[in-house]
Design a protein around this ligand. Structure first.
Ligand code: HEM
Length: 443
């Protein structure tokens, strides 16, 4: 019995230690939560609170689930515009819409350990967009480097046409073997095409479109390292990794977004046959004037309207994100260091006070006078983001979208297949949840 005593007291000491660690851990969590709720949060002069309620460990996740379940229970989205409803944000991001209605355009919510400051106040978004402070978001020099990498998409037109031609050929043979019409699942084909274009542009025979200075600097350093040693040293490995990383980022940022946008453009044109016919007439006129080149791309205003309106209603990237690297003040809003600022692009694209009461509808005419003619504040239109971190591939993407759409419209006419189910889904980007199936014929 006596021999058991030290063992028993050791066990009870271990238990006591565990209990105190647990209590301390719990206290830490409560303290962290209290800090998040009362200390670490943006403050607005004149406004005391603009936050949605938060749970201890899961943040607003239970609220998001409850709101989503409510939405799912309510009637399905009405089919209104050409048989399609464009109201996917009120299904996929119902919580943001509900909190915006409740707390206004600036509020905080949490997905557990990350807090987001949601900003959809157009004036504040404008301030954030033009802000070049290094304390906000990614330093601008990074996107400049990539801008040089990607160029303007000019000089790439023939590369894009060549890539697209094999897809056109495959659709033609499917139509022939189908006796003049084919049901084609186009979104997968377009993903393949976009991946081909971007990898040829990045890794093709000319390989890098690097800015001269960046290229020379990198190559010089690599060469020096090679001369100094036959073995790869750390810097060399890092340099190679940086180059590969840039390529991977560009590849992943670019291929899916462009392919999905073409898919949405085709869905909308299929649902609005009169617009499809109008755009085709312009396209055929352009093709009547010889080979497609970058100058001709500038002239297709109607096609640009289609792309703008599609990117407005079906913006693939739904958020533009920034991080405050230091305490920042914007228009009386104090944003503490470490804040994750989330600009919901899909909300800005549908504000009736900016776009008019038909904001939820597909109305190509709104872009007849360009972006500034379409809305009250051009800063509210940001499918490519804005400011120093704006999409580095936007010119390349616009050229690619135009080339692919021009070629398809010139060769094929299309309508929605009865088996097409309009179900926008959020999987990093907003994409057709069940794919896109079209009835395709030759023009
Ligand atoms: C319709 C097609 C596209 C859309 C809608 C789109 C949209 C966006 C958006 C919203 C961002 C984030 C900007 C921000 O945070 O404010 C972004 C970043 C980026 N995009 Fe695109 N993009 C498209 C196509 C492309 C293509 C084709 C490429 C490459 C060829 C590309 C390369 C990039 C890169 C490298 C970034 C990161 C920029 C940085 O972090 O500095 N994108 N894009």
């Amino acid at each position: 019995m006596a021999a058991d005593e030290p063992a028993a007291s050791a066990a009870s000491m271990a238990m006591a230690k565990m209990a105190s660690t647990l209590i301390l851990g719990m206290l830490g969590l409560v303290l962290m939560h209290a800090c998040r709720v009362f200390v670490w949060r943006p403050r607005s002069r004149g406004t005391s609170s603009f936050s949605s309620p938060s749970h201890l460990l899961l943040g607003n996740i239970p609220d998001i689930e409850r709101i989503q379940a409510d939405v799912a229970r309510r009637a399905r989205e009405s089919r209104e515009d050409g048989g399609l409803s464009h109201a996917w944000p009120s299904r996929l991001f119902a919580h943001l819409q509900e909190w915006r209605a409740q707390y206004g355009p600036i509020f905080i919510y949490s997905s557990g350990h990350i807090q987001f400051l949601s900003i959809s106040d157009v004036e504040l978004v404008k301030e954030l967009s033009v802000c070049t402070l290094l304390g906000l978001g990614k330093p601008s020099y990074l996107s400049k480097d990539r801008g040089a990498l990607l160029g303007q998409g000019i000089g790439m037109v023939s590369l894009m046409v060549n890539s697209a031609n094999s897809l056109m050929g495959s659709w033609e043979s499917q139509i022939e073997s189908g006796g003049g019409t084919a049901e084609i699942r186009i979104d997968d084909d377009l993903r393949g095409l976009s991946a081909d274009i971007i990898s040829r542009a990045c890794f093709g025979s000319k390989i890098w479109k690097l800015d001269k200075q960046i290229r020379l600097t990198i190559l010089e350093v690599v060469k020096e390292r090679l001369q100094a040693s036959h073995e790869k040293d750390l810097l060399q490995v890092i340099l190679e990794a940086i180059i590969m990383d840039n390529c991977k980022n560009i590849y992943f940022a670019g291929y899916e977004t462009a392919a999905i946008t073409v898919s949405w453009c085709l869905v909308l044109l299929a649902a609005h046959p009169h617009w499809q016919a109008r755009v085709r007439a312009v396209v055929l006129e352009i093709f009547g004037c010889g080979v497609l080149d970058s100058n001709k791309l500038q002239g297709v205003k109607t096609l640009t309207m289609v792309i703008h309106e599609t990117l407005r209603l079906y913006t693939p990237a739904v958020f533009s994100m920034r991080e405050a690297f230091e305490d920042i003040e914007f228009k009386g809003l104090l944003i503490p260091q470490g804040s994750n600022i989330q600009i919901p692009i899909h909300i800005l694209h549908r504000l009736p006070e900016i776009w008019g009461t038909d904001a939820g509808k597909f109305q190509l005419e709104r872009f007849a006078q360009g972006i500034s003619g379409a809305c009250k504040s051009a800063h509210a239109y940001m499918p490519f983001g804005s400011g120093p971190r704006i999409c580095a591939g936007q010119h390349f993407a616009l050229a690619e979208l135009k080339v692919i759409l021009l070629l398809i419209l010139a060769k094929f006419s299309f309508s929605l297949s009865p088996s097409y189910h309009h179900s926008p889904a959020f999987r990093l980007v907003v994409e057709p949840g069940d794919g896109v199936i079209l009835h395709v014929r030759k023009v």
